[in-house]
Design a protein around this ligand. Structure first.
Ligand SMILES: [Zn+2]
Length: 248
């Protein structure tokens, strides 16, 4: 059983109370780290108060700054052990990501995020399905995340597979979910998996369509967005440059 499966609303409320109690005790003992690092840096995992006061746009800005640090070869002076201990009794992630399984596109690394910062759904080709939507609904409606970000990437093998009609066991059905993006992509040049420009154009279209499909297939998320509680948008990660480009 995963954490998500075991959660109920009561469990969640309890875990929040336990966490507040724990952080309160830590403050009395002088164990919290406010001011330990300069500027906006923080030593521990996101607290509820820190997360709740952020807008979706500020969360995107946090990710952009993290990606800029990554591209400069820098990293926030974070302490994973402190983040792990601070988040053990409760989590307040700012966003839920849907990204590809590609080993070269780990969201937390390329945007310099820490333990407890984001939920991360990963599936080849970053497509949505009922289970992914259920995970996102949990993340936003029950756990309070404010941003749903679908992140595709360049040179994606799943996109290439969909373009070339690859077939293999259960992969065939997954690639079928990407094929509407292949068909919907307008492209003047060679429409083949060996043309990286076409592959990347399809990957971008696939992100746009997945964002639209999330709104279409999840009334929970669509309502949260229409009431201004969350933002649903996309991004593309460039494997060559290391840059994450946000679409909105
Ligand atoms: Zn991929």
């Amino acid at each position: 059983m995963c954490d998500k499966c075991e959660y109920s609303l009561n469990d969640y409320a309890l875990s929040r109370r336990s966490f507040l109690k724990a952080t309160g005790a830590a403050a009395v003992l002088g164990l919290t780290s406010a001011g330990f690092f300069a500027g906006s840096a923080r030593a521990d995992a996101l607290t509820q108060a820190q997360r709740d006061k952020m807008t979706p746009e500020q969360i995107i800005e946090m990710m952009k700054k993290g990606n800029e640090r990554f591209r400069r070869g820098e990293r926030k002076n974070r302490n994973y052990l402190r983040e792990q201990k601070a988040s053990a009794k409760g989590q307040y992630p700012a966003a839920v990501l849907l990204s590809c399984i590609d080993s070269r596109a780990p969201a937390e690394v390329i945007m310099d995020l820490g333990i407890g910062d984001i939920f991360n759904c990963r599936v080849a080709g970053n497509i949505e399905n009922d289970d992914i939507l259920g995970s996102m609904e949990f993340a936003c409606k029950l756990a309070g995340a404010k941003l749903v970000l679908v992140m595709g990437h360049t040179a994606c093998g799943a996109i290439k597979g969909a373009i070339s009609n690859a077939e293999l066991g259960n992969l065939t059905g997954l690639l079928d979910k990407i094929k509407p993006a292949v068909q919907a992509t307008t492209y003047a040049g060679e429409r083949s998996a060996s043309n990286y420009s076409f592959v990347d154009t399809v990957a971008r279209k696939n992100v746009e369509m997945t964002v639209a499909n999330i709104r279409r297939d999840s009334t929970v998320l669509a309502e949260l967005e229409s009431t201004g509680n969350i933002k649903i948008t996309g991004a593309m990660y460039n494997l060559e440059t290391g840059a994450v480009e946000f679409m909105g």
